[in-house]
Design a protein around this ligand. Structure first.
Ligand code: MSK
Length: 632
């Protein structure tokens, strides 16, 4: 272990994974490591984005000998259309998650399955959105009105996304001037699909512009709704301690994994794991109790609000089942390997799907709905308890490796923590002034938002961890979400003691503010929190967002959602560094637009660099460049 045993090394965690792989081999189970071997080398046409399957005259593949598709579209049009469709997939997915949360909020009632936990946030948003008597209206009448308004944002006939009102003035101006202010969420996705239909747009500039707009309708639309309305119902996260990595799975307990993204179900599962009748039932079958652990962003949601331990991130999901100690994997939506079905069948594990959005073979389907949430959660927990007796005790192997972590740094959580440092008198919306002071004085050089998935193209978690360590050593604070956050947590970087590996400035800030050097801001929809953070810091500082010494980075991303996120982060004025090149290499024009041209519209651009060391150097250089421009 590194830093006096604080952090796991790559080798230690790799050795843990290798033991589980050996179990898979013995069981004849398929794992992602095996499937990667079968799938490589990847198709070069697909990788460069030069294959067009938009109509049935093809598929057309662009080569030197065949520079145009049958319709005459050139490589730039094909790559641009593919990029826009990729974005639309991500924006639709995040936004639909937000829509589900609106439905859950609409079902909230004082004696129902869902209640309002953050009434102040409900009233503040309602007021900003212009609801009459937002200060005095009965709580649930107000919640229902706001939920309906949220739903209407998806299909509003006129106007633009209400959340954009919270952005800094420079953003609103830039989006207006660039013609990318997001309208109805569904409209931006629909427009993207329409534009990319055969015989519509093939002009890279128009396609990339719509990709940014579609991304904005996610970050400053659907995702923001998902985050903020979840806070209203489930509570706005505040710092709390928990644990991470496979060692959180408990041998003597009924283990239930919650996996996916939408917290509506996992919130109830967590609640029912403490239900007296069910706990007694667990004791009756010989278990010490019921243990809930999370995977992917569902893990982030319940960790941030309840301190539920995080078993692992995207590329760890199969390892969890391979421990042989999981009674049920309960999934909602997104980032769930279809492989979990056949894999669960190699063990006693129930693989329970719950959403019509994510139906998979070899699963048991329990349709979850907010109206039946209590019964659904009760049934699922009971099913897991009854399965405990089927566990093959001889086949259990749980690596005893876990780390402590502190999670729950919503914007409100960060402000509260900063207040404790300065003891300054702040109004109820708080202040980021101590953070700004640290940056202007140079104690902190800047900040990086490290986000996104795992991708077998990068060794599991190494992109995240190596970059974090580099940033911390250079006095750059990191804010994290999604699978990046879980990578940090399982290595030990999210513990307050991890300040030991930071530069002197960041170490001082961590000591004074009593924070870990990497701050867990939530799940992938919660990158919208980061957008609020940068806009509010810029407003308070009196500069524009592109002037901030702040970068965005997704070193191991894989999903369409991540590209949609990239588009809204860059449009929010934050240079965005990707460790995996999107499928755009085939077009010089699209690549030039994304890595340079869009800077004229939004003040920021992408950098694509698979060499993680170089990527880190480039981020540091860019942060220092921004500091010089600010004269700090
Ligand atoms: S879970 S989108 S693998 S971050 Fe949000 Fe992780 Fe990426 Fe899914």
């Amino acid at each position: 272990m590194e830093a006096n045993g604080l952090l796991y090394t790559h080798e230690e965690l790799d050795a843990e994974a290798a033991k589980l792989l050996a179990i898979a081999e013995k069981k004849g189970a398929s794992t992602w490591q095996m499937r990667v071997k079968q799938q490589t080398p990847h198709c070069k046409f697909g990788e460069d984005g030069v294959c067009c399957r938009i109509c049935t005259m093809g598929p057309c593949r662009i080569t030197k000998k065949a520079p145009r598709g049958i319709c005459g579209c050139d490589v730039h049009g094909i790559v641009g259309r593919n990029f826009l469709r990729f974005t639309a997939g991500g924006s639709a997915t995040h936004s639909d998650h937000g829509r589900e949360i609106c439905h859950t909020l609409y079902c909230a009632s004082p004696d129902g399955a869902y209640r309002v936990k953050d009434e102040a946030k409900l009233r503040a948003i309602s007021k900003r959105w212009g609801i009459e008597d937002a200060d005095t209206k009965e709580t649930y009448a107000l919640a229902h009105e706001l939920a309906l308004m949220g739903l209407e944002e998806y299909g509003k006939v006129f106007g633009t996304q209400k959340w954009c009102l919270d952005a800094s003035p420079d953003r609103i101006k830039a989006w207006d001037e660039a013609g990318i202010m997001p309208r109805a969420v569904d409209r931006e996705v629909s427009t993207a699909l329409h534009m990319t239909h055969m015989g519509c747009s093939s002009l890279p500039e128009a396609l990339v512009r719509q990709a940014l707009r579609c991304g904005l309708s996610d970050g400053w639309g659907g995702s923001m709704t998902g985050t903020q309305f979840s806070d209203i119902m489930f509570g706005t996260p505040m710092p709390m301690d928990t644990e991470a990595n496979l060692g959180v799975i408990k041998e003597d307990y009924v283990n239930i994994l919650v996996h996916g993204h939408d917290p509506s179900l996992s919130e109830k599962i967590v609640e029912y794991a403490e239900n007296k009748e069910l706990v007694a039932m667990a004791h009756e079958v010989g278990a010490k109790g019921i243990n809930i652990a999370g995977v992917c962003c569902t893990a982030n949601e319940v960790a941030m609000r309840h301190g539920i331990p995080m078993a692992g991130n995207f590329l760890q999901q199969e390892n969890c089942v391979l421990t042989g100690a999981i009674e049920a994997v309960v999934v909602d939506i997104q980032c769930i390997f279809p492989a979990l079905g056949p894999l669960s069948k190699c063990f006693h594990t129930h693989f329970i799907t719950t959403s019509n959005i994510a139906r998979m073979p070899d699963s048991e389907f329990i349709h979850f709905s907010p109206e039946n949430a209590d019964k659904n959660a009760y049934d699922i927990v009971k099913m897991a308890i009854e399965n405990f007796k089927n566990r093959d005790k001889e086949a259990v192997y749980i690596p005893q490796m876990k780390r402590n972590c502190t999670v729950g740094y919503s914007c409100e959580g960060i402000i509260k923590q900063l207040d404790t440092v300065t003891n300054s008198q702040v109004d109820e919306t708080g202040t980021y002034q101590p953070l700004i002071d640290c940056i202007t004085s140079g104690v902190l050089r800047g900040a990086v938002a490290l986000v996104g998935c795992n991708n077998p193209k990068v060794r599991h978690d190494r992109g995240h961890i190596d970059l974090m360590k580099k940033m911390l050593a250079n006095d750059i604070i990191c804010v994290l979400s999604g699978c990046s956050a879980q990578a940090a947590a399982r290595y030990g970087l999210m513990s307050k003691e991890a300040k030991a590996i930071c530069g002197d400035g960041l170490k001082r800030v961590c000591t004074l503010a009593d924070i870990p050097p990497v701050l867990h801001m939530g799940s992938c929809v919660d990158i919208s929190r980061m957008m609020n953070l940068v806009c509010d810091v810029a407003k308070q500082w009196g500069i524009t967002t592109p002037e901030l010494p702040v970068m965005g980075c997704a070193p191991e991303y894989m999903s369409e959602k991540a590209v949609s996120i990239g588009n809204y982060v860059v449009s929010t004025g934050i240079d965005t560094f990707l460790g995996v090149v999107p499928y755009t290499n085939g077009s010089t024009e699209v690549t030039e637009l994304l890595t340079s041209g869009i800077r004229d519209w939004v003040g920021a651009a992408y950098v694509f660099e698979p060499d993680i060391e170089k990527l880190g150097d480039m981020m540091i250089e860019r942060i220092e460049e921004k500091r010089r421009a600010l004269g700090i």
